[in-house]
Ligand binder design. Structure first.
Ligand SMILES: C=C(O[C@@H]1C=C(C(=O)O)C=C[C@H]1O)C(=O)O
Length: 368
């Protein structure tokens, strides 16, 4: 029986624009490749139709600007696979990416202007927190390097959820995110509040008031949402410092029985997303501020991604990620702005966050 390795299948998928997703769960050493012959685009109110099907979900930051995408699971490739079982999928020509808008690549002076606009909304009391993001373009990094980049990332960041996917709706994305959105396993549910950023090397430096507040906003939001759903006896752990590449974040973990939300998981996910870790408070107003201030479409950055099935769900937030464009990549990076924020420090934080992917990109560029 002739076989392909997972890497051989993945290379074909990227070359032929076959719809796929590959991912590695935190703390594991196995990459799982899902290939799909059946992809659906959906609106926010249709999420519940897909949340318990066997496949992979990709949701945008805002359903106002982009569709959700569901890749029905046709075949999972973990080690190697019989050629006969995948040849008809991976050798068929897939669909090119649908047209997308060009991004504005904000330099510091543009970022500063955007920061000040957003900060004015905080000062006026319209919002308490919003995430300001930007796009950093890296030239001369073609899609032929995507597979190497994915495998290197997933090996380098064992604590992250590493991912790569392509569909004609989304284009080709890669990332290594530290942030869980929602997990359902063995009838129990977990979500987290993750925010606040410092260099991992600064372990001895304690978290300052601004960072603690910034994360507390996310935790308060979780408490309110859980109360709204009458989830009362949930278990809370943290906040604790967690390592994400060369950075640390503050994280609080929430656990509760699935019974509390069993009949309304889709609705719960829609209400949960986007949390104030990537959007802001209050949710709707900060989303409007983000749309009016940022010079790019976030599209799938700060949306969510993950495998779903009848009895388990593993959704992660699409951050520390990039999208392939022309002959290069667009890195998406953001940070939470609150009353205590300083523009230069926030800019520096986005540079640090870009490092998660840039370190690996530069290494691949150097040994071409
Ligand atoms: C928005 C991002 O990260 C989020 C923002 C953080 C912060 O502001 O400190 C920390 C972790 C993430 O919740 C990003 O990496 O782009």
């Amino acid at each position: 029986m002739q076989k392909y390795s997972q890497e051989e299948v993945l290379i074909k998928c990227v070359q032929n624009k076959v719809s796929f997703s590959i991912y590695r769960y935190p703390g594991t050493d196995k990459d799982i490749l899902l290939i799909s012959e059946d992809v659906s685009a959906f609106d926010k109110n249709q999420l519940s139709e897909f949340i318990d099907k066997d496949g992979y979900l990709i949701a945008p930051f805002s359903f106002e600007t982009n569709k959700g995408v569901f890749l029905k699971n046709s075949i999972l490739v973990e080690g190697s696979v019989e050629k006969l079982s995948v040849d008809h999928i991976i050798n068929a020509k897939g669909q090119d990416e649908l047209a997308t808008a060009n991004n504005l690549y904000a330099d510091y002076s543009i970022y500063l202007e955007q920061f000040e606009n957003l900060f004015a909304s905080i000062k006026k009391g319209n919002i308490q927190k919003a995430i300001l993001s930007r796009v950093k373009h890296i030239d001369s990094f073609p899609t032929q390097k995507a597979v190497d980049l994915y495998y290197q990332l997933s090996a380098l960041y064992p604590n992250a959820y590493s991912f790569m996917y392509y569909t004609s709706y989304t284009g080709l994305w890669i990332g290594a995110t530290p942030e869980l959105l929602l997990q359902i396993q063995h009838n129990s549910v977990q979500t987290v509040s993750l925010a606040g950023t410092k260099k991992y090397d600064d372990q001895e430096k304690s978290w300052n008031k601004k960072e603690l507040n910034e994360q507390q906003y996310v935790s308060d939001y979780m408490d309110r949402l859980l109360n709204q759903y009458n989830v009362v006896n949930y278990k809370v752990e943290g906040p604790v410092s967690v390592k994400a590449g060369k950075l640390s974040h503050l994280k609080t973990i929430y656990n509760f029985p699935l019974d509390d939300i069993a009949a309304k998981v889709g609705e719960f996910v829609i209400d949960l997303h986007p949390t104030p870790a990537v959007c802001g408070l209050p949710k709707q107003t900060s989303m409007e501020v983000i749309h009016s201030v940022e010079g790019h479409q976030r599209s799938y950055y700060s949306g969510f991604i993950g495998k779903v099935s009848k009895d388990s769900l593993n959704l992660y937030v699409n951050i520390r990620s990039l999208k392939f464009v022309d002959e290069g990549v667009d890195l998406y990076i953001g940070g939470g702005i609150t009353e205590g924020s300083d523009a230069k420090l926030e800019w520096n934080e986005t540079e640090l966050k870009a490092g998660t992917l840039l370190d690996v990109i530069n290494e691949l560029k150097n040994n071409k």
